[in-house]
Design a protein around this ligand. Structure first.
Ligand code: AVJ
Length: 322
């Protein structure tokens, strides 16, 4: 039996962990992967051969820099270049370098939920691209979206790379896109990466690498709960498990309890029971087709202007307007 007591849930992390671990079936939100260790592990994921997403998007930005930049070009007041989930900026630098060398008038506003990511990105850009004006902000997408509405004086280009939208189920993706649309004026644009359907094995390998980096990334959420909420998860007794449904295009990550366990979360005064092989669902990584992206865009009140893909057709970046 799972015992609940009265707890003060003063942060969304606490609240969501509480809700997810007392639900059936259990779940945790992938947005909590990204503490300091999680950021590092995600960097390692992006560098591993199985994780094709990063290389494909890099190739797209590299091969089509000029046409992409032309879609960005602002009016006489230039443009605000807002990036949600900016991360380490490795891919974005291709665009920033081009925009800066070709004297585009813009301010780069990277936004990330990770303070670590924001700080190191800011430092890196100051050093490597000193001519680019950078106004970095830490925040959650939806909070920041509200603030975005204030940047209405000139053209806005909103960019979301990395197929980050894939963490959202379709109804939430539509909600996300329509909130983005609401912050856009006529002429503003949204530039977004969507990982495409492909050989299911290629997708499974990307989320279940041989070196176990993705497994460590997935399990890190338990280490974080241990540290931040005074819990005693035996992290090594959970198994990383990945599934991919080629019909729906949904990859799902789980943590599977390999034995019966009782986990105490001191800050909640809560003991959580795990039956042998009970699961915690931690992440979805949705894969798309043009039809699905078109449908999502339509539902959100956006139109696809064009798209760019890599030589293997694994990944696509779409330009949307409202
Ligand atoms: C950053 C959400 C795009 O789902 O592919 C990588 C995160 N999870 N490996 C993804 C992730 C496991 C990634 N996104």
């Amino acid at each position: 039996m799972t015992t609940k007591t009265h707890v003060k849930l003063d942060t969304s992390f606490k609240k969501e962990v509480y809700e997810g671990l007392t639900a059936f079936p259990k779940y945790l939100s992938s947005k909590y992967f990204y503490d300091k260790a999680g950021d590092k592990l995600f960097q390692d994921i992006m560098a591993m051969p199985e994780y094709y997403l990063t290389d494909c998007e890099y190739e797209i930005l590299k091969t089509h820099t000029q046409p992409i930049a032309e879609y960005f070009r602002g009016n006489e007041n230039g443009f605000d270049f807002i990036e949600l989930g900016a991360g380490d900026g490795k891919k974005t630098k291709i665009l920033l370098k081009y925009l800066s060398e070709n004297k585009f008038n813009f301010i780069y506003k990277p936004i990330d939920i990770s303070q670590n990511a924001i700080d190191s990105l800011y430092k890196k850009l100051k050093k490597e691209l000193p001519n680019v004006e950078v106004d970095a902000e830490k925040g959650e997408y939806f909070e920041v979206l509200k603030r975005l509405k204030e940047y209405n004086s000139r053209k806005k280009v909103i960019m979301v790379l990395g197929s980050n939208i894939g963490n959202l189920l379709h109804p939430r993706a539509i909600d996300f896109l329509s909130k983005l649309k609401d912050t856009m004026q006529k002429g503003d644009m949204l530039f977004m990466g969507f990982d495409q359907k492909k050989d299911p094995q290629t997708i499974l390998n990307a989320y279940n690498d041989n070196a176990g980096i993705t497994a460590a990334f997935n399990k890190n959420i338990l280490t974080r709960i241990n540290r931040e909420l005074d819990a005693d998860f035996e992290v090594g007794k959970f198994k990383h498990w990945e599934t991919y449904n080629p019909e729906t295009g949904t990859a799902k990550s789980f943590l599977v309890a390999t034995k019966k366990m009782e986990v105490t979360i001191k800050q909640f005064g809560l003991t959580i029971d795990f039956k042998p092989w009970e699961t915690i669902h931690t992440e979805i990584s949705q894969k798309y087709t043009d039809n699905v992206v078109n449908w999502l865009a339509n539902e959100a009140g956006l139109k696809i202007e064009t798209s760019f893909t890599d030589s293997k057709g694994y990944y696509k970046n779409y330009v949307f307007k409202r």
